[in-house]
Design a protein around this ligand. Structure first.
Ligand code: HGY
Ligand code: MN
Ligand code: MN
Length: 417
């Protein structure tokens, strides 16, 4: 299959997905997990694959799977895909790039009538982003057996809607998600294409990356209870200021990660809620959401524990109440060399010199790897920006990455049992 993936088709499909965004939600794309818009995006994906002759189904978790039969119906499947939900005010490429690449790969294989022994499955996972409920990769965690009905009731969004209620609202019964679990015997391998969401490829002048490890993440919510009182009448030494405590915690989170022993530890407070939020009232309450990432599991957990310990001490010193609430815990995942090496060799066949690198972001691939050997292809993110409307990837780079994906799947088809 000599022809490169078609940039114009990829651009048109990206535009179609990007148009599915919450009205009046501000700049960029807002298509949150388990919303009607996410379902609309899955419907577009399903229709494109059905037009190519794939057999399409939606599972009990809301994941969409499209299958092109291979020459050996008894063979396990090889898959590719990503996600179509977004963070608020996201860019046009996170997740969408991998879904569009999957559609284009299916098209190339069908148009060129390329024979393949294994069934090929093209998948978009539901609810990959943790932005709404805290837990990332819900759809892929469900297929990996890592999230079950009980987990879905406890996780809630900012409006208090549980994951289970959100699933029900778009037609899925959370009690049945066990039906979506994948059988490892039914799979031979999986590859996800994704934008890098960092600046390593761009800084090295490389157009394709192959991922060797995917960061883990520990996510926490801190609740601070101070004493709301008059900002003029209350002397500085008589305060229990929840906002000041929150500010101190933001800086200690940054400090812990900056001084972490093992490289690859990153920690962020991306959201703070302050109450009552009045210019003339000392904050009586604050909530902080903390995201600790790591390439070394022990260091990730150590950094998270140090953050909790130092945050509690800071609040104690200020007379501010402190509670810590775990939201999600995912270990870093080294991806199997067998798939990684096939992707590197595929790049070599195509005259591409890839960078092998770690992923700072989490991905569905790290959950799928619990079921079947999984690999990841990265395409560059301009200026390393992601989770922002300015997120951008050169469409020719996406086309090149898609060509590596298609060729890589076919090489896996030839090499896997
Ligand atoms: O949060 C992440 O790393 C990914 O974008 N879900
Ligand atoms: Mn993503
Ligand atoms: Mn993301």
């Amino acid at each position: 299959m000599s022809r490169l993936a078609d940039p114009d088709r990829l651009r048109a499909l990206l535009d179609t997905f990007a148009a599915l965004s919450e009205p009046d939600s501000g700049p960029g794309v807002t298509r949150l997990a388990y919303t009607p818009l996410e379902r609309d995006a899955h419907a577009v994906f399903a229709a494109r694959l059905a037009d190519l002759g794939a057999v399409v189904r939606t599972d009990a978790a809301g994941n969409t799977l499209a299958e092109l039969a291979g020459t050996d119906p008894a063979a396990p499947a090889i898959g590719t895909g990503s996600h179509l939900d977004s963070v608020p005010n996201a860019g046009r490429f996170d997740g969408i790039a991998g879904a569009a690449a999957a559609v284009e790969t299916a098209r190339l294989i069908r148009e060129h009538e390329v024979a393949h022994r294994h069934p090929l499955r093209f998948v978009v996972f539901a609810a990959e982003e943790g932005a709404r409920f805290g837990q990332a990769c819900t759809g892929s965690r469900i297929v990996a057996g890592l999230t079950g009905p009980d987990d879905l009731r406890e996780k809630r969004d900012a409006e208090g809607v549980s994951l289970a209620e959100a699933m029900s609202a778009v037609g899925f019964d959370p009690a049945l998600v066990g039906d979506a679990r994948w059988d490892p015997a039914d799979w031979a391998g999986f590859v996800e294409l994704h934008i890098e969401q960092g600046a390593v490829l761009e800084s090295e002048g490389r157009r394709v990356g192959v991922v060797d490890t995917i960061s883990g993440s520990t996510r926490l919510r801190f609740e601070l209870t101070g004493r709301a009182s008059h900002s003029g009448g209350t002397p500085m030494h008589l305060r229990a200021d929840a906002a000041a405590a929150a500010a101190e915690i933001v800086l200690l989170v940054e400090s812990v990660a900056t001084h972490a022993a093992a490289g690859g530890t990153r920690a962020t407070v991306g959201r703070i809620d302050i109450a009552p939020g009045s210019i003339t009232t000392i904050a009586g309450a604050a909530s902080l959401w903390v995201d600790v990432r790591g390439l070394d599991r022990g260091e990730q957990q150590r950094a998270a524990a140090e953050i909790v310990e130092r945050a509690a001490a800071a609040c104690d010193r200020r007379g501010v109440g402190f509670t810590s609430h775990p939201l999600a815990e995912t270990p870093p995942v080294p991806l199997p060399a067998a798939v990684r090496d096939v992707l590197v060799a595929t790049c070599a066949d195509l005259g591409i010199d890839p960078t092998v690198l770690a992923s700072g972001a989490s991905h569905d691939a790290q959950q799928v790897n619990h079921v079947t050997p999984t690999g990841m292809i990265f395409v560059p993110s301009r200026d390393g920006i992601s989770h922002d409307p300015a997120e951008s990837t050169d469409i020719d780079d996406l086309a090149l990455g898609t060509t590596v994906l298609a060729a890589g799947l076919l090489r896996l088809d030839a090499e896997l049992p």
